[in-house]
Ligand binder design. Sequence first.
Ligand code: PA5
Length: 424
Amino acid sequence: MLNEIVKTTLLNCSLNEIDILNYKNKVQYIHKVFPQFEFIGWMDSPLYNHNELLMEIEHVASEIRACANVLVVVGVGGSFLGARAIQEALKPYFGLAEHGIEVVYVGLNMSGAYIKELLSYLDKKQVYVNVISKSGGTMEPALAFRVMRLYMEERYGNKAKERIIVTTDAEKGVLKGIADKAEYRQFVIPSNIGGRYSVLTPVGLLPVAVAGVDIRALMAGAKQAAEELSESDLANNDAYKYAVMRHMLYEQGYSIELLASFEPGLNKFHEWWKQLFGESEGKAKKGLYPSTVNFSTDLHSIGQFIQEGSPIMFETLLHFHEIKGDLQVPFDERNEDGLNYLSHRTFNEINAISKQGTALAHAEGGVPVIQLELPKLDEYHLGYLIYFFMKACAMSACLLEVNPFDQPGVEAYKRKMLELLKEK
Ligand code: PA5
């Protein structure tokens, strides 16, 4: 039986079901050897009972919401992209979630203007800090935390330590040493879960709980995905099917996968997806370049290229059938704009039709289109989708014969930067 939650279909594409299923044995083999990888903890984690941890996170989150109006999350890469993705996908477009406070991010760049502006913004707020780093030594968050720590001490004196929460490894790293010495409260990133696969650990869960997200529903969706997508048979596992489809398109010469959504709240989710696939697959001179667009906005910028430009990309359309909030197109007696024919429709209906039209037009233009459809944009389905993509990504990287869980290229940049900084 195919998975019910993420419906995966193909449109006008050179792939067919029989060719896809030819990968059955290869997929089964990779599925079997997954447990041999070091950083595979995320795969079974949603199946375990996390009640105690969730209670602790909810407890700290409610303290933060009661004592602050801003949580500053310090982190980069896998230590912030997932939290920001979930928060942005689920919060209202304007204002905050009903039970949440503002969550802002720092340590994700080296911009002096950004951090300086943040500090003056915080001066009018009550603040908590959650610093997140698995290694505990990444330059961007380490520098930002140095600033935030001094700022908190200056503002809150010896009460600062109650307002700083550290999420890091249980044993290793500079940040762990700082946290122990200062007696900051700590959450642990399991040692067998790498950064970009860590969103369903305290890395993502604490910030989103503070933002007002129901983390139990999120984890329940991930659990259902972990159950359904533990199926080793390609014919019954849509995450593996998606992995095989993108792999086959890559083998046919497509070098870019364009993930497209129709809801602007998913823009940050795209950033999480981009890191997940980019860092997991872009190795040994191989890998699809993961790119993203938000429609219909980007149909008016990059749509022309997709339709008629170099045939280097295929498109993955991500669509949620039910979106919170909608508006009916109003009837206007004057009808000067000639749009009364749409007044029986809602905006979300028109958006869904624009999705269908886009898929048909792009397929007609020769762009292979994979469609991923989910019933609803909420915590449960987002939890499911996050796990779906992580599982597909691990399979897809293994089909390419690269390790999904390391990032040697990023380490190279860090080494070079350090050498230059020390030279000066
Ligand atoms: O996926 C990864 O492992 C990386 O993107 C890391 O998350 C990122 O480099 C941040 O590392 P750390 O959490 O150790 O500060």
